[in-house]
Design a protein around this ligand. Sequence first.
Ligand code: BGC
Length: 751
Amino acid sequence: MDVFKEAVWIDPELPHSKDERQPASVLRRSFTVSPAEKTGDPARLFITCHGLYEAKINGSRVGDFILAPGCDNYKKRLQYQVYDVSELLRTGENLIEVTLGDGWYRGNVGIDGICNYYGNDLALLCRLALGDRTVLVSDESWEASQSGPVRLNDLQKGEEYDARMETPEDWHGVTLREWSRDILVGPEGCVPVIEQERFEGRLIKTPNGETVIDFGQNLAGYVEMKLDASEGQKITLWHGETLDENGNFTQKNFDPGDRNKNGGIPQRIDYICRDGLNTYKPHFAIFGFRYAKIETDADLSGAEFTSVAVYSRMPQTGFFECGNSDVNRLFENALWSMRSNFCDIPTDCPTRERAGWTGDAGVFAPTGLMLADCAPVLRKWLAECRIEQREDGLVENIAPVNNSGSMISNMLQGAAGWGDACVIVPWEIYSATGDTSVLEENYGMMTGWLGFCLDRASKTRIKNRKNPYRKYLVDHGFHFGEWCEPDVNNMQTMKQNMTNGAPEVATAYLHRSADLLSRIAGVLGKDKDAEKYAEIAESSKQAYRYTCTCKGKIDSKRQAEYVRPIAFGLLDGDEVKEAADTLNELVTENGYHLNTGFLATPFLLPVLAENGHADTAYRLLLQEDRPGWLYSVKKGATTIWETWDGIDDDGKPTASLNHYSYGAVAGWCISGICGINAGAEGIVIRPFPNKELKFADAALDSRFGRIESGWKYENGKLSFDILVPEGASAVLMLPGREAETIGPGSHHYEE
Ligand code: BGC
């Protein structure tokens, strides 16, 4: 059904050069509601746009969706929202006003900071209905103005707002446009991005005399400010994640003043005051920040500054607390990096690239699905991955794509471990929710990707021609490889991988995806496919073993090269124990420091703990030096960093300080420390108690209901408390005991 019926796309702007940034446009129309009309039936506004919209009826904001209609590949998919606006309408004269901003549609986006990615037009499509009756639609009867208060708006650059212009003038007509409606997706296609937690700011002076507000928590969102001022006074805010090594404000860690970004990522607000009370928060921009540097000629003595976290609605479902406050903070930090990076799609960071990187989502999805009810966000993002998939099955590294499309950026696409997220994420959603429709929906994408990977494998390099498993050895194509290993130069790895491929990583991922796909086909009752993918999984396993091991024996100094084959089932029988023991030795020799990178780190602690080395897993978890998880906590981090040395010993920051990938360790707090696992195999509880933590408690609101598991050491005794939800059972594996199946209710055990 076309909910927009006779509505027409309307473009509010007058002709302009596409290189000139435009102010936000205000559109308005008045309409009358008779007393007879305003009875009973709910009033609903159906609305979407090219750009971002903020709608008001009679001066009140419609709904709470920030950055609506959300982030899409707008050429192929466009979300619309439906709001119940019954409360906002009155009988008699009414006024609807809609402001349109640039957003992802035509503002700076992605790694290259490209403008006008989808076009240069802005346009509105809307219909207001009382029951089934149309009250108004977007059409030629609307007026538009570019003299509203939002003078510039951009997700990366920020916003310029002139409070003296809140009553726009220069109204003119709109232009009708004929954009496609076949790509419209209703509210079931996404969940709203909304305002969430708030933090009061504290004014500080930095050594070089800057006035900075510290909100105490790194997050994605904006600053709401309230102050008395005189007309024409100016306030400028710059948003940053940290102070530098001298205690001064900085943005250098995420904004190197970049090449392509048309002036970088200043995350800046320029606000011009009206006389009297000024209250403001940005309309079309959110930023990654904990600190805001402020420059103003206004008196700040009575001013209030509050930071507001903005992210997708996704109630928390995973909870954890233990006797070590640093580990508790680490868990919180992972939650905050998740919140900061779920803005309609999962992104890598809320500052520099703000892009839907597949690898990041694949690495974090199992943890994310424990921490919060984020399946709808991930599912919407998978729709973007499907849209972007190329004809040969290649899955882009970022969805929606927002790179320059240059030869180099084209060459980098389809990386192993990144593209594989198209299989991993649906599988993880299914495991967490039990909903098979996510597997159906993405089946074509997954099999297409596998086809692409197999084709890539078939192009063996000359040196591997004699390899009996060469058809399943992936020694071609660009791959990031393990990526971001602490003591390895990323750029060198990248160069090396361009010439030699990354057979260890890429072949392991061919196996991993084929294995998952075989299970997925099984769940969907596609038995022939299940068999076919099981065979591919087996052949790629043999290819891996032949090339990367000596009959199952690994010879490497890299921890990742033990973690991966153990985690992915590439070793058999005693080989697993042998590899885990060697991994344990490597970690020990490295002074209990990890040297895994982006892909293997989430598996490191479970692989150690489940193979007899829980003590080493804990020594890694509790490591306060870098590389180690508690280093950042000791440095005062409130989110997870992109690199282990995000702030070095001298306090110098580098790279993003808000990347969730290493936060996957929060998943292990629930599934390892407290042992709660609730997936495709049902509930398994396998805790790994540790004296140093004293106690640990976790709860998971799973698809089976609430599961709780905790343990404590008290008076030299270890005890466990477990709660199994009504109507469920769990396999319980306590240390030193036989596995047993337990029923619903509370269970207490003492050693
Ligand atoms: C991003 C990552 C991403 C990576 C690809 C980075 O610039 O921030 O998180 O996965 O590039 O290697």
